[in-house]
Design a protein. Structure first.
Length: 106
């Protein structure tokens, strides 16, 4: 279960139309809700992210309508599409390789 949660922390976003969503996520960070846990994820403009108080570290990149991530817990790149036009305070559901999760932009 911990592996699933840590992998979920590596979930992603994007599209050219969703660039504003990516900008919001990278600029403000997110709260990832999965299996009843809330995980604080912080992104940096240089393509890095951290989660679970630094226990998870990794890299992110945009790929069309997706944000792709890999981390110290899962070196395999995971790509997940995020919806367009989301702003700070918005929540939305995503479906990634590890299952469903809810994202809230800080």
């Amino acid at each position: 279960m911990q592996r699933l949660i840590l992998a979920a922390a590596c979930l992603a976003l994007a599209t050219p139309a969703a660039a504003d969503t990516i900008d919001e996520v990278v600029g403000k960070g997110i709260i990832l809700s999965v299996q009843g846990m809330e995980i604080d994820v912080k992104y940096t403009p240089d393509g890095k992210f951290t989660a679970m108080e630094g226990q998870v570290t990794g890299e992110w990149r945009r790929d069309g309508d997706k944000l792709c991530t890999k981390s110290n817990f899962d070196p395999n790149e995971q790509c997940v599409a995020y919806p367009a036009d989301k702003k700070s305070g918005d929540s939305f559901d995503i479906e990634g390789p590890q299952g469903a999760a809810t994202i809230k932009i800080k």
